[in-house]
Design a protein around this ligand. Structure first.
Ligand SMILES: [Zn+2]
Ligand SMILES: [Zn+2]
Length: 162
């Protein structure tokens, strides 16, 4: 996938429109109870990407601090009008990284999961495909992320400490 490809997305009412200026670092399919509750579904698809690669094309999301499993909360970017959740910032990864809801992209089929996490609470009818890593809880980034994504992460962290 070329790094120059653009991926647009937005909310239901089209007030907030955004563009990913690069492909994501890694895509989580999270089966935890929190994500099930927040989506009203069986899992969430989150594309992890540098926040600087999420460009606003129209509107601006409102940040809503929401309780999370860690107890530290997650900041969810929602359309101020239709309230659709577009992405989150978690305290672990920090504000430099965004967890973009893949379902809000115009072409969500582009980013299938790179890993299934928290499958300890996977809904029993969900059948996982062969060939994609599955972990009961969380995972070790160094083990699963591609080298290129690890390098991109390091680059962002190096920049922010300057
Ligand atoms: Zn909206
Ligand atoms: Zn989750």
């Amino acid at each position: 996938m070329a790094a120059t490809e653009l991926f647009d997305g937005g909310c239901d009412c089209r007030f907030v429109r955004y563009r990913l200026t690069r492909a994501p670092l890694f895509v989580h399919c999270c089966h935890c109870r929190w994500c099930q509750r927040e989506t009203g579904s069986a899992f969430v698809l989150n594309a992890l990407i540098e926040t600087e690669c999420v460009e606003l094309l129209h509107g601006a999301p409102e940040m809503v601090m929401t309780p999370s499993n860690s107890g530290k909360g997650q900041n969810i970017a929602r359309c101020p009008h239709c309230r659709i959740a577009l992405w989150s910032h978690y305290p672990g990864a920090g504000p430099k990284f965004a967890f973009v809801r893949v379902g809000t992209l115009d072409d969500p089929d582009r980013f299938p999961p790179d890993i299934h996490i928290f499958t300890m609470s996977k809904q029993p009818w969900v059948v996982l495909p062969e060939g994609v890593p599955v972990v009961r809880e969380y995972y070790d980034r160094e083990t699963y992320w591609p080298q290129e994504s690890l390098a991109r992460r390091d680059a962002v962290l190096a920049k922010s400490s300057r």
